[in-house]
Ligand binder design. Structure first.
Ligand SMILES: Cc1ncc(COP(=O)(O)O)c(C=O)c1O
Length: 365
């Protein structure tokens, strides 16, 4: 067999540990998963009826162009239908963009600690990832700009950034976009934008009319609570979206996901409520981290990067034994863990468990 040489040694993506696996492994009955930035409040109750009535049609292929959902989203965002593409999660849009744009030898620029799927897809297509160090946990847009050369095809800006939770401000983003050559595509990954409450943030949709070289990525997996249905989207100029559409599989989003996403969009009250609850829980978590003498990064999504001042892998294992799953092992931040903001009850269990684990782990970083 002769696979593409550059994929032979690629690692398989390691998702957050599933709850069932942790229950089995440690003989636990209660496990809290705060590892994958899912919505702890589930999804809008309106989704249930939409999903149940669509079950009648599951033997029929979905509408490959997701026409009804596209109309609903174009009304919601105030963009044209031909500026939108849906994917099996925004993960798939990332893959499609790399498939449409990269040939081996191209270069692409991203932060050195950001969502790993940009690099893994660039690797698959044989493109070279230039990883620019974050500055204080935030994208260093000046350094990213300086890294652009004639081989650069795409720059990825994750805003808010996963895992640090930091944002780039409107001013910084506009200065950057003004300077990026127009033939370079800028992907603004806004998977967590609906959680942001900081007024210095701007959302990429508002910038689309001025910058035809941007694609904004969004998802129904986070604040909308539809992670298992796998539906996300990209928004950009009609020209760029057409190119991405040309490499899309015919039926990449399911009927159930499409109707659920329409129902989710119709319930913006649920989104507002989740944003408020998330912000309140961040205040609680930060106060507890202050009490424990731990520093943390500004949290603009539904997760917090906190410096536990111990090897994060050991804290991860200690929490796992207590039935709390978080994320650790961030290369640039060996003493940080990333915890998803949960319900008030989950947050309290996490804090209590963390306090106990920090007393148990003696190793220093
Ligand atoms: C920054 C970021 N982008 C994209 C995604 C992919 O989300 P999905 O494929 O569920 O839409 C995630 C998931 O965690 C993420 O954190």
């Amino acid at each position: 067999m002769q696979p593409k040489s550059h994929i032979v040694n690629l690692p398989v993506y390691q998702p957050g540990k599933p709850t069932e696996e942790v229950k089995r492994e440690f003989g636990l009955t209660e496990v809290i998963k705060l590892a994958s930035n899912e919505n702890p409040y589930g999804a809008s109750p309106r989704i249930k009826d939409a999903v149940l009535s669509e079950i009648e049609n599951i033997s029929i292929y979905p509408d490959g162009s997701a026409t009804n959902l596209t109309t609903a989203l174009s009304n919601h965002l105030g963009v044209d239908s031909n500026q939108i593409i849906f994917g099996c999660g925004s993960d798939e849009i990332i893959a499609l963009i790399t498939r449409a744009f990269f040939v081996p030898g191209d270069e692409t620029i991203m932060a050195d600690q950001t969502f790993s799927v940009y690099k893994s897809n660039a690797d698959i297509e044989g493109a070279l990832s230039i990883e620019v160090p974050l500055k204080n946990g935030t994208h260093d847009l000046d350094a990213m700009l300086a890294a652009i050369n004639e081989r650069t095809k795409i720059v990825w800006v994750c805003n808010p950034n996963n895992p640090t939770g930091t944002i780039v401000t409107e001013n910084a983003l506009i200065t950057f976009l003004d300077a990026v050559p127009s033939h370079v595509l800028v992907v603004l990954d806004e998977a967590y934008c609906e959680f942001v409450t900081d007024s210095s943030y701007t959302d990429g949709i508002t910038l689309l009319s001025k910058y035809p070289n941007i694609v904004v990525l969004r998802t129904f997996s986070k604040i909308y609570g539809l992670a298992s249905l796998r539906i996300g989207y990209g928004v950009g100029s009609a020209e760029v979206i057409k190119l991405i559409n040309q490499v899309r599989e015919p039926f990449n989003t399911s009927r159930i996901a499409q109707v659920a996403a329409i129902a989710a969009l119709e319930d913006q009250g649920f989104v507002d409520q989740c944003r408020t609850l998330n912000a309140q829980s961040i205040v609680y978590l930060q106060a507890e981290f202050d009490r424990l003498g731990l520093s943390y990064m500004p949290a603009n999504g539904n997760f917090v990067m906190v410096d536990v001042r111990k090897p994060s892998g050991e804290v991860f294992q200690g929490l796992l034994r207590k039935g709390v799953i978080i994320r650790a092992g961030h290369q640039r931040y060996p003493s940080y863990i990333r915890v998803t903001v949960g319900t008030p009850e989950q947050n309290a269990v996490f804090i209590q468990s963390l306090e106990e684990v920090l007393h148990q782990v003696s190793a220093q970083v």
